[in-house]
Structures are given as structure tokens and as C-alpha cells.
Ligand binder design. Structure first.
Ligand code: 13P
Length: 255
């Protein structure tokens, strides 16, 4: 049975005090979670040990990181390895976010290396895909996203797929206030599941969680999460305010 997941991607926001307050407020909001309806919180690296300590005893809330480096160790000033994340008790790592692809020039080959290192170190991967507006306008989004999945993931053996979650984040919907319609999200998520099924079989496809990201908020989360192939969300801006984030988590809990 695949999990429903609401994951918070704080991006480069919140200092240590603000982050601790936010986690505290989320805890006090008593989100209704189960083994199959979980939350992941991915703060900036500097928060990880502190946030991790706060999450001890919070059932079904897991620690995530926003990135890791594509080499195992060595002279890469400023970078953080998958093994370091594992040693900090991180469980999930986001790989391939469009902001990493665009601003930090992370290409498919680099992302595939990151995926390999993350899995080799026992982390679960939230692998991001999604098309820019020009591709959507040309109605080429299905082929574009399929090529991202092939390049980033399809070298993996089938056994690795249990540790992969996919996040579909159309770039034109990230931070813009313009959400994909639930029909657009469902169409793409169904396409992603078909692509996974063609490569890895129907069971893997049915068991893989596929999250939607891009201007997801309490007012649209319920409709998005009601789609049969939308298994939750990867949340940016609305994950920075406890009330909004809890509203989105409640939409998952009720889905
Ligand atoms: P917003 O929710 O701010 O649109 O960001 C989505 C996102 O990029 C999450 O990774």
C-alpha cells in the first residue's frame, strides 16, 4: 500500500529559532497521521540536528534534507554528503528540485549520481520532475517529464524503487500562485505511473507515492489530493506557516 505524504520544503528560509517554533507549532496542531499518512520536514542543513531532536517522539513525522552532493566525500568545500545526512538521522532527501537544476546547473548525470549515493547510504529519495512553461504551452510535458525520470532513475534496479518517491512540480506553478488544475495534476501523475509501470511493472507503479508541488495551499489541497494518482504534496511557501501547513496535512489525513 503506497503512502500519502505531505513534505515541507523550507528552501532557504527560517533561522534556527523560527524553525524550532514552526516545528513546535506543527506538533501542537496534533496532525492526524498514521503509518500510511506521513509528514516529512526538510529544513536547511543547519537545522537538521535540531529539528531531528524535536521530531523524536512525533509519530510519523520524518526528517528530510533538501539536497546532497554527488560525490561520496572529499575536497568539495561547502557540500554535504549523503553519508553525513544519514549520520544526522535524516531519512529522506530531495533530489532534482527545479531550483537546483536551474540555479546550480545540476544535470541529469549529476542527479543520477546523487540518487545512487543517497540510496547507497540508506536514504529515501524524493525525486523531483516537472516542466517549464514553454514545454507546457507546447503540450510536450509528458515526454519532458518521462525523459527526466529515465535520466534520473531508470538505471536503478527494481528493488531500489521502494525507496523512491516522485514529486511532480511544474515549474510554472512553483511560488507563482498558479496551481496546476487537479485535472492537469491527475493527468501527469497517471502518466508518471504508467511510465513507471512500463519500466518496473504494475506493482511498483501502484506502490510508488507521487506528490504534487507548486502553489499547493489549504484551499486547493483537498481537491488535488482527491485525485486518484496524487498521493500528497511537496510544499514550499505554505510549509513555512504552521496553520497553512497543518491545513494541507489535514487535507491529506481526510483524503
Ligand atoms: P511553492 O509551494 O512555494 O509553490 O513551492 C513548491 C516547491 O517548490 C516545493 O518543493
Amino acid at each position: 500500500m503506497r503512502k500519502k505524504i505531505v513534505a515541507a520544503n523550507w528552501k532557504m528560509n527560517l533561522d534556527l529559532t523560527e524553525g524550532a517554533e514552526l516545528v513546535n507549532d506543527i506538533f501542537n496542531g496534533s496532525p492526524q497521521l498514521t503509518e500510511h499518512k506521513i509528514v516529512v520536514i526538510a529544513p536547511p542543513f543547519i537545522h537538521l540536528t535540531h529539528t531531528g531532536a524535536q521530531l523524536v517522539g512525533m509519530n510519523h513525522v520524518h526528517l528530510g534534507a533538501q539536497n546532497c552532493y554527488s560525490e561520496a566525500s572529499g575536497a568539495y568545500t561547502g557540500e554535504i554528503s549523503a553519508a553525513m545526512l544519514k549520520s544526522a538521522e535524516v531519512e529522506y532527501v530531495i533530489i532534482g528540485h527545479s531550483e537546483r537544476r536551474e540555479y546550480f546547473h545540476e544535470d541529469d548525470a549529476m542527479l543520477a549520481k546523487k540518487v545512487n549515493l543517497a540510496l547507497a547510504n540508506g536514504l529515501k529519495v524524493i525525486f523531483c520532475c516537472g516542466e517549464p512553461l514553454a514545454i507546457r504551452d507546447a503540450n510536450d510535458q509528458n515526454a519532458y517529464v518521462e525523459s527526466q525520470l529515465i535520466a534520473g532513475l531508470f538505471h536503478l534496479p527494481v528493488t531500489a524503487l521502494t525507496d523512491i518517491t516522485i514529486a511532480y512540480e511544474p515549474i510554472w506553478a512553483i511560488g507563482t500562485g498558479r496551481t496546476a488544475t487537479s485535472a492537469q495534476a491527475q493527468d501527469m501523475h497517471a502518466h508518471i505511473r504508467t511510465v513507471l509501470g512500463n519500466k518496473y511493472g504494475d506493482t511498483v507503479a501502484a506502490d510508488t507515492s507521487i506528490l504534487y508541488g507548486g502553489s499547493c495551499k489549504p484551499s486547493n489541497a483537498a481537491e488535488l489530493f482527491a485525485c486518484p494518482d496524487v498521493d500528497g504534496g511537496l510544499i514550499g511557501g505554505a510549509s513555512l506557516k504552521a496553520a497553512e501547513f497543518l491545513g494541507i496535512v489535514a487535507a491529506m489525513s481526510n483524503a
